[in-house]
Write a protein that binds this ligand. Structure first.
Ligand code: ASP
Length: 441
């Protein structure tokens, strides 16, 4: 309880420091609710435009930022052993957090049974038929996962860059950066080049953040205005499961994780990264929030080496909030359609959710689309899938905002824990919220 109070107070302080963004969220919710009741297409169009301007500007710096951050991060780690130590630790930490997320999602969904209440709202289908096709669909799933991993490997990195395929960009850049680290001093021109690019993209991020409050206001308002109000009551149990799950991740799992694996208090970390958390909520995009996530961590003393290595990979691969949602959503639909959820099937859903979430890009809506990977395995008919998706889409945006906040927070939790373990954190900066004000600009 005491820890939770500390976290809330620290979050409050972080929010106070970035009160204008918080105000953007609150006013956005209020104005969005107003627009939901009183439709004003012209105002909505203006809000959507402002929101898009903000998102596009911030997305504009993401690819150069990711590439330069990874190159600098990996080449500055230098020696082989340290790199594999960081890499292994990162995968293990992200893994622990995501396993916790799917376990919480599955436990809550099985306990609260949100799907049962929704059954009559989704097209009723023959449960027996569903059962029969589960096994076949599971077998097909194997092939799909293989293809998915194949798609990670870019046959043409420039094509991946052009279409913004983050996972394959990252695969290429990590390999390139490891090679650069191996070739010794001859890498200096390239590394210096990326150091300049990184510094410039951070500067651009500072400028774009001047638009954070109106941008987040516009995005929140247009999201809230588009809620399917009528369906809200029927889906409220599903939403409640998600909110409880996300809250458990934020207020129980991460604090315990930090307590167990580091000397960092979640309260201090949350106060440091509150700005990134709020922008994650507003933009519903881990990738778009990445420049700010890195800025928050570095400005509060997490070394460049760790932040630029762990955060870009986390923003693309670590999606524990998404995995939690996917687990709950699939169990929700299974309950609605009368699929018998055996322990084996639940474990299968959890494993697939971990895979599906880590393959999804850090952009709005990606998590719901990749749910298809898990749903295929449930053996639902195309009609059921369409009806189920349509149902979940009614509150997609708000759940996206929440799961993205969770995704981004866990990236910083893992970065902070590794920085602490490796002596890569400046505690004077980290423990002093005022320091943040001094070093901005
Ligand atoms: N929007 C999420 C993110 O960027 C991904 C998702 O759709 O779940 O983190």
């Amino acid at each position: 309880m005491k820890l939770h109070m500390q976290i809330l107070i620290a979050l409050g302080l972080g929010i106070k420091r970035n009160w204008h963004i918080f105000l953007g969220i609150i006013l956005g919710i209020m104005f969005g609710a107003f627009l939901h009741v009183n439709s004003h297409p012209a105002i909505l169009a203006v809000l959507t435009f402002i929101g898009q301007v903000f998102i596009r500007l911030i997305q504009m710096v993401v690819i150069p930022l990711v590439i330069s951050a990874i190159v600098i991060g990996i080449t500055s780690v230098g020696d082989n052993k340290q790199l594999s130590k960081f890499g292994t630790k990162m995968v293990v930490y992200y893994g622990i957090i995501t396993v916790m997320a799917v376990s919480i999602g599955a436990a809550l969904a099985m306990l609260m049974k949100p799907g049962l209440g929704a059954a009559r709202f989704i097209t009723e289908n023959a449960a027996g038929e569903v059962q029969a096709s589960v096994a076949t669909a599971m077998a097909q799933q194997q092939g799909n996962i293989g293809q998915l991993f194949l798609d990670f490997l870019p046959s043409n990195p420039f094509h991946s860059l052009a279409v913004g395929n983050m996972v394959s960009i990252i695969v290429f850049v990590v390999i390139l950066a490891i090679a650069l680290a191996r070739v010794g001093d001859v890498n200096r021109p390239v590394v210096s080049f990326f150091e300049s690019i990184f510094a410039a993209t951070m500067k651009i991020t500072d400028w774009i953040m001047l638009l954070a409050a109106p941008g987040v206001f516009a995005l929140t308002a247009s999201a809230v205005s588009s809620f399917g109000g009528e369906i809200f009551a029927s889906i409220s149990k599903y939403l409640a499961v998600l909110i409880i799950g996300f809250a458990l991740q934020l207020f129980v799992v991460y604090p315990l994780f930090l307590k167990f694996f580091s000397r960092i208090s979640a309260a201090t970390l949350y106060s440091a990264v509150a700005e990134a958390m709020m922008v994650a909520f507003g933009t519903a995009s881990s990738s778009a929030t990445l420049p700010l996530t890195i800025a928050c961590c570095e400005k509060r003393g997490i070394s460049h080496k760790i932040a630029s290595f762990v955060l870009p990979l986390g923003a693309t691969l670590n999606m524990d909030g998404t995995a939690l949602l996917q687990t709950v959503a699939v169990i929700f639909l299974a309950q609605a359609y009368g699929v018998v959820l055996t322990p084996f099937l639940i474990i299968q859903i959890c494993v697939l959710a971990i895979i599906a979430s880590s393959t999804c890009a850090g952009i709005p809506g990606a998590g719901l689309i990749t749910i298809a990977l898990i749903l295929n395995g449930m053996g639902l008919s195309p009609e059921q899938l369409v009806a189920g998706f349509a149902f979940l889409f009614t509150i997609e945006r708000i759940t996206d905002m929440m799961r993205t906040l969770v995704n981004v927070t866990s990236d910083t939790v893992v970065a902070a824990a590794i920085a602490d373990n490796e002596g890569e954190i400046n505690y004077e900066l980290f423990n002093n919220p005022e320091a943040y004000e001094d070093i901005t600009n």
